[in-house]
Design a protein around this ligand. Structure first.
Ligand code: GLC
Length: 559
């Protein structure tokens, strides 16, 4: 790696704890499962783990409804188990990032329970966003805002005297009341949470919905209800990628939210080995995202503009260039991410021939996947991703080439989106199916012999996709990821630093990085000759008579 600061070019592996590995046999992944697979992760060649929320939670939104920020959900393990995991990860050279959820708590959080019990007018309600309803008898929601999961963003409470009463804001599920970031208790409590985990050796946090938190005074309606949709792929306006066009929004990406992160940065920097933040901020325009990465704010942010890009050379080049320009302007490294637990797995997105930008099943409705095509493109995409300047994320299972499970039976779906959309949007469960580790039938070694079935059913045809089946196969997706990650460490040109575009025919992308490295991707063009003076170091698939066929990528080094 080129820089001395680990987070500027770390490859961070996302552990979706519920679906990674089940250590105790209850069908749900857990801390013991992660501990048992640290050797696998170290061998893969990643630098750090980001673990999705493991705190006590009623699981209305898979752990993003937190009822106690400074403890571990008993179904996942104990605080001692968590501390042991952090130690053991450090021992094998892996840093550990957790997931902090500041926009909302669970409705079972003691603060919310006491707020409801205290009744209207109590200061205990001020830690959340309670308002009287609209209409003559208060039976209408206070404004037109909608929940990201569908339906109104407001829920009415029954007051302690049994009458229908005030409404509270929930930008996500009703079980996830929004916290009021104007209230000093909220900021103070989150700083306590950060320190609690930092003191236990945790190296940083991914910040859930980092672009929310602060709402506009008076909670005004928006002029165009389409602005309430989220996430929306960016569009091009005047040659720049943006959200048509950016205007102040009453609850997303408000300028005041940056004060929160300036305070958090001071907490992080107060440690001898400084701690790190990564923003989950779906703000689309690279310029708006860069604001989170100013020197006194957060360290990095997920690049969702890249994640949502279509398999189109021109579009990819624009996203990459704008990202590097905007983030470079504030001195922050870029990150490159293809998948996470909220979007359709990229193998299945890239398997669509006619692509629209977007990342949800809803947005892909009516298109049929060609998984062989998706696999070829995924192999090329990871070589692109891991050779761009900056850091990268790997979502568990992408190294196994897992597709989205698009045909989960209705009755197993757990994502709140399914219910809240009136059974029209199937939600995100298809990318959260438990990992296949070994064997030729479910549960593929996900849990111990004789344990409960995994919390979501796995497909019957995943035998060839297990980690065990791929381990010794040089042509496997796992072998490609391992080779790329190990090369990335070995080649001084990769990681942090600069790059220069190569002038190539339409449909192809290529760039060089010093010293002596080039990456070529044939996205959709004719077979591409390789530049003279370079040797192939790693290829996503066979070349065609020395030329690079479409949907394929190569890493080259100077001879
Ligand atoms: C983030 C999480 C997602 C969760 C939502 C609400 O987008 O990644 O899984 O549902 O926030 O917390």
């Amino acid at each position: 790696m080129a820089s001395g600061v680990w987070w500027r070019d770390a490859v961070i592996y996302q552990v979706y704890i519920r679906s990674f590995a089940d250590g105790d046999g209850d069908g749900l992944g857990d801390v013991a499962g992660i501990r048992s697979r640290l050797g696998y992760l170290a061998d893969l060649g990643v630098d750090a783990l980001w673990i999705n929320p493991w705190y006590p939670s009623p699981m209305a939104d898979a752990g993003y409804d937190v009822s106690d920020y400074r403890a571990v959900e008993p179904r996942f393990g104990t605080l001692e188990d968590a501390e042991a995991l952090v130690r053991e990860a450090h021992d094998v050279g892996l840093r550990v990032l957790l997931d902090v959820v500041p926009n909302h708590s669970s409705d079972q959080h003691p603060w919310f329970v006491e707020a409801v019990e205290a009744g209207p007018g109590s200061p205990l309600r001020d830690r959340y966003v309670f308002r009287p309803g609209g209409g003559p008898d208060g039976a209408e929601p206070p404004n037109q805002w909608r929940s990201v999961f569908g339906g109104p963003a407001w829920e009415r409470v029954v007051e302690p005297d049994g009458t229908p009463g005030e409404w509270y804001l929930h930008l996500f599920a009703p079980e996830q009341p929004d916290l009021n970031w104007e209230h000093p208790d909220v900021a103070a409590d989150f700083e306590k949470t950060l320190r609690f985990w930092f003191d236990r050796g945790v190296d940083g946090f991914r910040i859930d919905v980092a672009h929310s938190l602060v709402k506009e005074e008076g909670l005004p309606d928006v002029a165009d209800v389409a602005d309430l949709d989220w996430p929306r792929p960016p569009v091009e306006v005047d040659g720049r990628l943006q959200r048509a066009p950016w205007r102040p929004h009453p609850f997303w990406d408000r300028d005041e939210v940056h004060d929160v992160y300036r305070a958090w940065r001071q907490v992080a920097d107060s440690y001898a080995d400084p701690k790190v933040f990564v923003a989950e901020a779906w703000v689309d325009e690279p310029e708006r995202l860069a604001r989170y990465l100013r020197p006194d704010e957060l360290h990095t942010a997920f690049n969702f503009t890249y994640l949502q890009a279509t398999w189109d050379a021109g579009y990819l080049r624009r996203v990459i260039t704008e990202t590097l320009d905007e983030q470079g302007a504030v001195g922050a490294p870029a990150t490159w991410v293809l998948s996470n637990h909220d979007v359709v797995r990229h193998l299945s997105r890239l398997a669509r021939d006619r692509q629209a930008p977007g990342s949800s099943l809803e947005q892909l409705r009516g298109t049929t996947p060609d998984l062989d095509l998706g696999r070829r493109r995924s192999r090329a995409a990871v070589l692109l991703t891991l050779s761009l300047p900056g850091g990268a994320y790997v979502y568990q299972g992408e190294e196994l080439g897992l597709p989205e499970v698009e045909d989960l039976p209705d009755d197993v779906l757990q994502d709140p989106t399914w219910e809240r959309s009136g059974h029209t949007d199937r939600g995100r469960d298809g990318c959260r199916v438990p990992l296949p580790w070994s064997g030729d039938r479910p549960p593929y070694g996900f849990g111990p012999e004789g344990g409960a079935a995994p919390w979501l059913p796995q497909p019957d045809d995943w035998g060839p996709l297990t980690a065990e089946a791929q381990r010794d196969d040089p042509g496997s997706m796992l072998a490609l990821y391992r080779a790329a990650l190990h090369e990335r460490r070995a080649l001084p040109a990769l990681g942090d630093g600069g790059m220069a575009w190569l002038d190539l025919p339409d449909g192809a992308l290529g760039f060089t990085r010093d010293p002596g490295f080039a990456c070529l991707v044939n996205v959709s063009g004719d077979p591409l000759p390789l530049p003279a003076g370079y040797a192939v170091r790693l290829a996503s698939g066979p070349l065609d008579d020395g030329r690079l066929p479409r949907d394929r990528a190569v890493w080259l080094t100077r001879e």
